[in-house]
Write a protein that binds this ligand. Structure first.
Ligand code: ADP
Ligand code: MG
Length: 134
């Protein structure tokens, strides 16, 4: 199992770095091109949300093993304002910044697992996973 990779995220440029770091790990793990793109796109959205809504945070990437199945796990963590209504935030078209509002819903659809922990004043932690097809 590889080491955990940590990407500090506070600028547009960091979003690109997070995206390419995750894509490289996914590729090394054996994910196909389409899955690499799905994973990279989901991470871009999570990193973009950190920059746009929280100012700064971190993306953690690691390989995980469940039974005999390998997966990639990404955590997006910030200490920003948090989200009061998680269900609403996940619905397509909802944005508090007047942007498209499809980032969270998109990330959820692109990955196999999606969990979000957030509360006003408590920051936001999002965990996504994708399992390697056998
Ligand atoms: N890391 C975050 N911290 C605080 N609020 C967030 C965060 N990520 C998402 N949100 C909230 O959830 C809403 C929906 O996110 P998203 O679907 O990515 O749409 P968009 O980023 O286009 O507004 C955002 O408008 C924002 O209010
Ligand atoms: Mg967004």
């Amino acid at each position: 199992m590889g080491d955990e990779k940590v990407v500090q995220v506070k600028s547009e440029y960091d979003i690109v770095v997070a995206r390419s770091v995750v894509r490289a790990i996914a590729k090394d793990m054996g994910f196909g091109l389409v899955d690499q793109t799905r994973i990279a796109t989901a991470v871009s959205e999570l990193a973009r949300n950190i920059v746009m809504h929280a100012g700064e945070g971190v993306i953690l990437v690691r390989e995980i093993l469940k039974g005999e199945t390998w997966g990639i796990e990404i955590l997006a963590i910030d200490n920003g304002p948090g989200i009061s209504d998680i269900k609403l935030a996940l619905s397509d078209g909802y944005s508090t910044k007047g942007s498209l509002g499809v980032g969270l819903g998109g990330a959820k659809r692109l990955m196999d697992e999606f969990e979000m922990e957030s509360a006003p004043g408590q920051g936001t932690t999002i965990r996504v996973r994708k399992w390697l097809p056998k």
